[in-house]
Design a protein. Sequence first.
Length: 222
Amino acid sequence: MSRQRILVIEDDSDIANVLRLDLTDAGFEVEHANSAMSGLIKAREDHPDLILLDLGLPDFDGGDVVQRLRKNSIVPVIVLTARDTIEERVRLLGLGADDYIIKPFHPDELLARIKVQLRQHGSETLTLGELQLDAQKRLVNFKGEELRLSPKEFDILSLLIRQPGRVYSRQEIGQEIWQGRLPEGSNVVDVHMANLRAKLRDHEGYGLLRTVRGVGYSLRSA
Ligand code: CA
């Protein structure tokens, strides 16, 4: 299981350092940005699993940052704020923040809130050997490189990777991925499997996707 990544957007370097230590200890990978602009760029480029956002940043107000983030991302955002008024909380949540925590806060409370958000957003990375699949971002990595899959290829892989070694019949795959809407005798499943296998082979993933003749398909379990 790869570590989940948290982007901390905070201009106070003391607070940022403490957060980095606490979050790293808790098993997260931490990225830091010290301004709104660099935070927005990192958010777009690095696809963090969650963002901790300070409200008082040197370039823009944190509220503007939330609003900009929300234009193209559903990443969970927890706001760190010293301004504790009802109006402020309502404003932040209205802009699209998922939660907020009042400074100064206890690290345990912050961690608890982070976990709630990650759980609610279903951020989930599935790993099988050198294959990693991020269910939320719909990204697949194999041997450290992104595997470019079609939506259906992705769905098939994410079905198979949940139970490595289990053999899925064509009918089962047709049922799960196409909700049984494939016509009788259709070879669509086989075509997608062939494409998926070719893409794995391009990255030297030989033998990873197995065909069990007359039965179906599975991902090698080890
Ligand atoms: Ca600040």
